[in-house]
Write a protein that binds this ligand. Structure first.
Ligand code: NAD
Ligand code: IPM
Ligand code: MN
Length: 361
């Protein structure tokens, strides 16, 4: 099978962590690895990469972070590998990041899957917790909620200025993300925790609560429960072992996955998908982290989050063995104790990437 992958490194450390992720994909596919003999598992998997120079670089040349037809360009690919976007010192974030949110929504990438897994060998920021305690997946609703572009500003610049920002929750949107979570829970430890804030938000989140009650009887083998987002934030730190599959609305999922990342060894290790489960459109794979201006350009970013996102891309292309080869190599690398500075190590981005790529068999 041949797949066409759009590679969109973006800005800041996105430019640094994407090349190792591409190298991992090449190594995991039959044609990319000089070490691999034809006839092994990956025979027939061919990946063709097209790099897009979008982001700040594109803005400086053309006055916009992406070309006008960016959705049509991306639409033709089988998958998108994104580094990170944003360079707030030069461009306001809401300008730079708007196309990213647009891609997620226009391509109906409604399931944002963000595993929080502490690998052996990685130090945990939580005292007394280890790999057996932190292994859950956050499914973030990625198409509506607080991220819909609905609102407005009135009386700008006056003391009477007003801003209205609407959150949108649809029965269809809530039901499909919960079904996605239930299905994943069936493949894991049969537990689903839905995150809302229905004690304070009585329209949108009460609808979430009602739909959970309606759906749960269809999944009698899954222990389904709910928590308010404030309590969930506390429990991620206090007792992460209680979580298996967590389903959260768009904004809560965003917040909780930075937290999930940091308790699993840091954002340098946390991968993400933006999945269109129906495969009508390409799905997009990217780390949870952003462009990290504080370390960008120094060659010290951890490429593992991007590499694990690339493994999730292979899962989506129904290449689970190739995906697993990458994950096994990451696990072996982390277990060996080497790492970039965020992990307490001394390796540079390229060196860390090479440690993983050389272990892909
Ligand atoms: P960030 O995720 O970029 O960085 C947060 C902290 O984590 C920083 O201290 C950074 O150095 C560290 N970090 C992140 N990734 C790392 C890695 N791979 N290795 C080592 N350390 C790493 O968040 P921020 O600083 O709040 O945001 C920076 C920019 O990125 C902003 O413009 C923001 O809007 C944007 N952003 C983009 C995305 C995305 O592209 N999907 C996601 C989040 C933030
Ligand atoms: C993420 C990011 C984005 C989000 C930003 C960059 C729009 O924080 O992917 O987690 O809020 O979804
Ligand atoms: Mn985020």
């Amino acid at each position: 099978m041949k797949y066409r992958i759009a590679v969109y490194p973006g800005d800041g450390i996105g430019l640094e962590v994407t090349p190792p992720a591409v190298q991992a994909l090449q190594a995991a596919s039959a044609h990319g690895s000089p070490k691999r003999e034809r006839g092994t598992q990956a025979e027939g998997l061919e990946l063709e990469f097209t790099e897009l120079d979008w982001g700040l670089r594109h803005y400086q040349q053309h006055g916009s972070v992406v070309p006008e037809d960016f959705l049509e360009v991306l639409r033709t690919f089988d998958a998108i590998l994104l580094g990170a976007v944003g360079w707030p010192a030069l461009l306001p974030d809401h300008v730079t990041l708007a196309p990213l949110v647009k891609i997620r929504q226009a391509f109906d990438q409604y399931a944002c899957v963000r595993p929080a897994k502490l690998y052996p060998g990685v130090r945990c920021s939580l005292a007394g917790k280890g790999p057996e305690d932190i292994d859950f997946v956050v499914i973030r609703e990625n198409s509506e909620g607080e991220y819909v572009d609905q609102g407005g500003r009135l009386k700008r610049g006056t003391p009477d200025e007003v801003a209205v920002q609407t959150a949108l929750h649809t029965r269809r949107g809530i039901e499909r993300i919960l079904r996605y979570g239930f299905a994943l829970a069936r493949q894991r430890r049969n537990k689903l925790t839905m995150i809302t804030k229905s004690n304070a938000q009585k329209y949108g989140y009460v609808l979430w609560d009602e739909i959970l009650v309606e759906l749960a009887p269809q999944f009698p083998d899954i222990a389904a429960d709910k928590q308010h987002c404030d309590a969930a934030a506390m429990n991620f730190v206090r007792s992460p072992e209680q979580f298996d599959v967590v389903v959260a609305s768009n904004l809560f999922g965003d917040l909780l996955t930075d937290l999930g990342g940091v308790i699993s060894g840091g954002l340098g290790l946390a991968p993400s998908t933006n999945t269109n489960p129906e495969r009508t459109f390409p799905s997009m794979f990217e780390p949870v982290h952003g462009s990290a201006p504080d370390i960008a350009g120094r060659g010290i970013a951890n490429p593992v989050a991007a590499i694990l996102s690339a493994a999730m891309l292979l899962d989506h292309l129904q290449q689970p063995q190739a995906a697993e080869r990458i994950r096994t190599a990451v696990a072996a690398t982390l277990a060996s104790g080497v790492g970039t500075p965020d992990l307490g190590g001394k390796l540079r981005t390229e060196e860390m990437g090479r440690e993983v790529v050389e272990r892909i068999k």
